[in-house]
Ligand binder design. Sequence first.
Ligand code: ZN
Length: 348
Amino acid sequence: MTDRHPAVDLSDEERWTIALAKDRRYDGQFLTGVHSTGIYCRPSCPARPPRRENVRFYASAADAEAAGLRACKRCAPDRQSNEEAAVLAAIDEIRHAGDAPPTLDGLARLTGYSPAHFQRLFKRSTGLSPAAYARALREERAREALTGGDSVTGAIYEAGYAAPSRFYAASKEKMGMAPSAWANGGRGVTIHWAVAPTSLGPMLVAATEKGVCRLSFNEDGRELARRFPNAELVEGGEAFTALLAEVVASVEQPGDFAHIPLDVKGTAFQEACWKALREIPAGETRTYAQIAAAAGNAKAVRAAGSANARNNVAVLIPCHRVIHTGGDLGGYAYGLDIKRELLMREAK
Ligand SMILES: [Zn+2]
């Protein structure tokens, strides 16, 4: 989920991408040391990006200072601002609230801001409104409890849901995403798959019992096994074949495919981006900036680009409808010919 301190191990290349995107949500998670100027910065520092070869990353201000660096005066990475303290206090409140998350008014009172101002502050820092944050947290806890092997109902109550029906309703809202074990390569999950010939070339479709988890072009079962090393991969299958036919039809005759169930998992921001992609009407296009804004963080343009790149389900999550400002087609994982063809069909 999107969090001020996401519990993920970032590679240096990911840290560099985050620093270039000036993504505030990672402030506090690492520091960018610039050895040509001798300063260290927060990931979101507004200063001009340094050159990659002069940059090293540090876990704490103490580490950066031990390496001989000084704190940047612009982003003051050695100080926690009042606003950050307010957001952290609110996150703490939400995390400990259980089934009745605090209201926006309550959080505003707690932190001494007006509700509207606090909502903006919180959103800028986490990418989500406090209410959406509380929802995403509950879903994440439900997933964690489920993967821990508890019974489904027990897991749901543990995660702070009043009743199971609300849990299923919430899961459905999130595009049919299964509370399943994606994190460990699909352990315990059966994935049916097939490659179907289409006018756009060989198309791989793979699905769990929840929905389509991968749609790609010019790929075979080996790539699928690389992505889901712990899943049981089954080629074909009766129920799957019906779904496959539906997917092929919606690719060949572009129309409404919102009813095809999906099984995808990403961070809360990535999922918000994918949802925004699904809301682009066929025949229209958007820019990365528009997707970032629709996902709730207008500044996270690069993060929106990376959410696009991490889309597992081509066409059904229509990342091909995102183009560059000015009309340049931009890129496409499966080649621009397929992107151009998809857009042309949808424009009719
Ligand atoms: Zn700075």
